[in-house]
Design a protein around this ligand. Structure first.
Ligand code: ARG
Length: 476
């Protein structure tokens, strides 16, 4: 296949080299951004008198047709043409002749691939924002649906203190809200235009970067052409964001797996979200959770991979940088499935409050409250801790729990105990008492839900603003 850059070559490219260096298999998905970027560039060239209006019109119309052909599945991508940029340009030139050959005036694939990816990431931020909002909503819904359920809270995976199930859910909601905040910085850095950098040094043509900036809706233009074609920081920020979201999802998946085991028996996942075993007829496996947990590994890998790719690269463009794409595309696709299926799974799961209550009734999750009871009556906390520790030991030896003791037993343990001790350490009392700002008391968890809803509403407004900026290019 004749190359668009073939002038100085006397031989064709080795087939294996074509296969190895081509990126069309994965960068074809940037066709809308490539076409938008080219239309804006052509319009700018015409406005500046660098190409004629007729050429510009032919280019814009030709690109519109190519977009339709791609969307209709009528466009045959060629590995020999390397990437989306040259596939589109070659087809354009075949279709409209000379004018197509003028499109690449004052431009390089280095600033072209950068501007495409910037636009692609802007759109992806919108997509990720929508997914994060949905999972936050799912968590608030589930917290409300099961608002009366009390479960054991854990440290070291040992039962620690009772918490509201909703409190546990809202902890995850907070994580996804922090993840959303990361999107703000990613959008800011993606919303800078590299076009006009040329290969690296700028261009001798009288281009107007402010005009392409305006057409493509970028907030800023890179100050430095060398930085413009070398920068992959916004991709790394996206990969870091993806890794953190997956870490959060993976922790949640781990809990859902544990909770749906017979040993815990705290929840049941919907049949639609589980799979069976080919040999053991009784099995109902939480495959989705396992796969979310499992895929976290490769998303971390994408971040580590690109950091390593970038670390030794001299300025400016190096072909190594083509490796920026598969990682981020796979991160986007993985997050799409992981976030949307997890949200659906949360909405459909059944929470077994009675089982959680029974578990709490058979353990020492109320021991802190018993110590607090003494401390509030003047016993130094360390002393109270030791007294309750001894009581727990006594119960373990007698195969009972604290609430099995009588008021008389308590008074023997310490004369400070009064008749109200049994009410003071019920599971419900443990929850109700923790009414500090971030505590697990029902009114505090309800407050968290209100705050979360306010934040979600702000996020939705933010997404609308991003959407307007990021998707305007599709109607160029
Ligand atoms: N496919 C290339 C990439 O994604 C496009 C840029 C190629 N530029 C070049 N001078 N070979 O990085």
């Amino acid at each position: 296949m004749a190359k668009l850059w073939g002038g100085r070559f006397t031989k064709g490219t080795d087939k294996a080299v074509e296969d190895f260096t081509s990126s069309i298999a994965f960068d074809a998905r940037m066709y809308p951004e490539d076409i938008a970027g080219s239309k804006a560039h052509a319009k700018m060239l015409a406005k500046q008198g660098i190409i004629s209006d007729d050429d510009c019109n032919a280019i814009v119309e030709g690109l519109t047709t190519i977009k339709q052909q791609i969307e209709a599945g009528e466009f045959e991508f060629s590995i020999g043409l390397e990437d989306i940029h040259m596939n589109v340009e070659k087809r354009l030139t075949d279709a409209i002749g000379e004018a197509g050959g003028r499109l690449h005036t004052g431009r390089s694939r280095n600033d072209q691939c950068a501007v495409d990816l910037h636009m692609y990431v802007r759109k992806s931020v919108v997509h990720m924002g929508e997914l994060l909002v949905d999972i936050q909503k799912a968590l608030v819904e589930v917290a409300e649906k099961y608002k009366d359920i009390i479960m054991p809270g854990y440290t070291h995976l040992q039962r620690a203190q009772p918490v509201l199930f909703g409190h546990h859910m809202m902890a995850y909601c907070s994580m996804f809200q922090r993840d959303f905040d990361h999107l703000g910085l990613i959008f800011k850095h993606a919303d800078v235009m590299p076009l006009g950098a040329g290969a690296l040094a700028g261009t001798t043509y009288p281009i107007d970067q402010s005009y392409t900036q305006e057409l493509l809706g970028f907030s800023k233009i890179y100050e430095n052409s060398m930085d413009a074609v070398s920068d992959r920081d916004y991709i790394l920020e996206f990969l870091h964001f993806g890794a953190t979201v997956m870490m959060h999802l993976s922790r949640m998946s781990e809990e859902l797996i544990l909770w749906s085991s017979t040993e815990f028996g705290f929840i049941e996942l919907d049949d639609a979200h589980c799979t069976g075993s080919s040999i053991m007829p009784q099995k109902k496996n939480p495959d989705v959770c396992e796969l979310v947990r499992g895929k976290t590994g490769r998303i971390y890998g994408h971040l580590q991979g690109l950091l390593t790719t970038m670390k030794g690269l001299p300025l400016t463009y190096n072909k190594d940088m083509q490796e920026d794409k598969e990682g981020i595309f796979d991160t986007i696709d993985t997050l799409h499935f992981a976030l949307s299926i997890t949200a659906a799974m949360l909405r459909k799961m059944t929470v077994k409050g009675a089982r959680m209550h029974a578990v709490l009734a058979s353990d020492f999750s109320n021991a802190t409250d018993m110590a607090d009871y003494l401390a509030k009556k003047g016993v130094p906390f360390r002393e109270a801790h030791a007294i309750v520790g001894a009581a727990v030991q006594h119960c373990i030896q007698n195969r009972c729990v604290l609430l099995d003791l009588t008021v008389e037993d308590f008074k023997k343990i310490s004369p400070v105990f009064e008749d109200d001790i049994l009410e003071a350490i019920t599971i419900e009392a443990c929850i109700k008492g923790r009414k500090n700002y971030s505590g697990t008391a029902p009114e505090c968890v309800a407050r968290q839900q209100q705050v979360a809803k306010t934040i979600i509403a702000e996020e939705e407004k933010q997404i609308e603003t991003w959407h307007t900026i990021a998707f305007a290019v599709d109607s160029l």
